[in-house]
Design a protein around this ligand. Structure first.
Ligand code: GLN
Length: 239
């Protein structure tokens, strides 16, 4: 069976596990991952939403052993990884905060006083773009092109969510946007003319700014397995 890890250091990991379990895929075993040795037994990983700084601080414990193991998993082993919300922040190559002025398209993993992010997806992502916790919202996604089926109308639960502002490389595939003016009309996003990217991928990596594990809709969980995990682990062909 394919062993799919859900990083269980912090955040909404149990909800992810439940939604994967609900798909009842006979060849997929979902396990919680807290240590480098648990990670090494996985052929794919989900990094859940939660709080990205907290997640990074926990991963830096023991001289950063878990952070190193995650970097190896993402960059050297190139195993499929799905980051939701805080997980998407960790996998973004450039991370800014709120309405900060972007830096100049850095491709190296971003870092700040809490250390590194993982990087891997060449996008500029803004943390807490929509404001504070009270500015959390839900909105129906707009799927791009061939992704209309899996994404369109999906209820995106955005909790102090990041925004993927733009791809920084042609290797990034945009999968879905938020509808224009999805959030509170007083939030900055509503006035920006470019739609916020809600789901994107690059090679073996998949990021979503919302929390699909907090809905009953397992379409994105099935999509991750079918499009990213199984084709790279000797399972089914891509759809
Ligand atoms: N705002 C959080 C962060 O910066 C992410 C929120 C979430 O994962 N729901 O990490």
């Amino acid at each position: 069976a394919v062993v799919l890890g859900v990083l269980a250091l912090q955040g909404a990991f149990e909800e992810h596990q439940k939604l994967f379990d609900r798909l009842q895929r006979p060849n997929v075993r979902v396990v919680q991952v807290r240590t480098p040795s648990e990670l090494s037994s996985c052929s794919a990983l989900v990094i859940p939403g939660g709080e990205s700084t907290t997640l990074r601080i926990i991963a830096q414990a023991d001289n950063g052993a878990m952070m190193e193991a995650l970097k190896q998993f993402v960059h050297a082993d190139k195993k499929p990884v799905w980051g939701t919300c805080a997980g998407a922040i960790l996998l973004s190559s450039e991370v800014i905060s709120g309405q900060d002025v972007p830096r100049n398209g850095e491709r190296e993993p971003a870092r700040d006083k809490y250390g590194e992010f993982l990087g891997g997806v060449d996008v500029r992502t803004s943390r807490n773009f929509f404001g504070r916790q009270k500015d959390s919202f839900e909105a129906p996604l707009v799927g791009c092109g061939a992704y209309a089926d899996i994404a369109s109308g999906f209820n995106a639960v955005c909790i102090r969510a990041p925004a993927i502002l733009q791809p920084l490389s042609d290797d990034v595939e945009v999968i879905a946007h938020l509808p224009p003016a999805a959030a509170d009309p007083s939030s900055p996003k509503a006035t920006s003319d470019k739609p916020v990217i809600a789901a994107a991928s690059q090679g073996h990596l998949f990021i979503t700014i919302f929390h699909p594990e907090l809905t009953e809709d397992a379409r994105f969980h099935a999509f991750f397995l079918d499009k990213f995990v199984l084709p790279r682990t000797g399972g089914a062909a891509p759809r």
